[in-house]
Design a protein around this ligand. Sequence first.
Ligand code: ADP
Ligand code: MG
Length: 406
Amino acid sequence: MSARQAARSFRTVYGTACEDVWEAPGRVNLIGEYTDVNDGFVLPLALPHRTRVAARARRDGRLRLHSAAARGGVVELRVDRLAPGAVRGWAAYPAGVLWALREAGYDIAGADLHVESDVPVGAGLSSSAALEVATALALTELHGRAPDRPELARLARHAENAFVGVPCGAMDQTASACCVTGHALHLDTRSLAHRQVPFDPAGCGLVLLVVDTRVRHALGDGAYARRRAGCEAGARALGVRALRDVPHDQLDAALGALGDDAALRALVRHVVSENHRVAAVAALLDAGDVRAAGPLLTAGHASLRDDFAVSCPELDLVVAAALAAGALGARMTGAGFGGSALVLAEEAAAGEVERAVTGAFAAAGHRAPRVFAATPGDGARRSGQDGQQDGQQDVQQDGERNEQRN
Ligand code: ADP
Ligand code: MG
């Protein structure tokens, strides 16, 4: 999947050339799970996997949408009729972005978009944010007025919250818009302040594996709402705005104040200790001590499994098999009940870890997981290939662009 291919497919779908191609990555969260719904801290990185949007502006009030991954061909919408709830299915994501941009004062009369992506969908790797952010960058640059990255992320998130109707936090779109190669992104989900933290596993002989279990247990949705409500109840009981406001060194006192409500104590213990782990991992990465982050990832998994109770047998199996095969650390990542896990391992041990995980899945009768290495990549950008050049020129263009960026 390349930008040139996306441009070529655009021509096949619409019978005319696109103006250009834009792209945004999926993301994986290194540490900081369920902290975003408590105003807390997260540490995601951009994946090499990207969603590309080939686009052309229209002046006639129409929005046409096509995705290589969706059935049903081209979706055609009237821009002036876009409203929350008015569009169903995948098209709501890019249509919601156009709606959010117009709500924010961007004078966008319409567009033709073609989408191609290698971000796994529904695996907790944020294909939805990749689609929204790539669309937002495409539409704003097409119309000559791109906002800064945090604003791009805010608009993309607003589309998902208000138009699609998914109450996601700020992490996914911020990661997809703001990440930088060789770094993880430390994000305060209350203030939205973010900071690039150096993270280059390959540079220190390590590999960060993503293991997509390819399962998604149905009980996730109601459980998510219950956990959220539980966290809010915990904050109320402790007299703070959100659990992020409970300092880690006051955790024992806070747990004592919650009395004998064991379930509530467990939720609070997870959130407060997880925020502390985010700070600790960021400090280790700043110090260049990536290996030492391994046990913190594993501790995060134990907390999600035992206290927050959002893991599942497949995720626990990945973590157990990887650690038994010598991994430095492993944890579920994302909302849980399926989706993906992360494994930090020595590069020399990566093959053995992957074989152990795959073997454990086969022995348990599970479908084979999808395993790949996550190299921290760049956030959204113009792919810069209009499909008119041959491959050689494409490479040169990329090179020139990279030099300009550096
Ligand atoms: P995640 O973001 O973790 O992958 P979500 O449920 O938030 O999972 O978003 C997945 C949805 O986003 C898909 O069901 C689809 O509607 C939309 N989507 C994501 N990528 C694409 C794509 N390449 N083409 C069409 N729709 C997409
Ligand atoms: Mg999503």
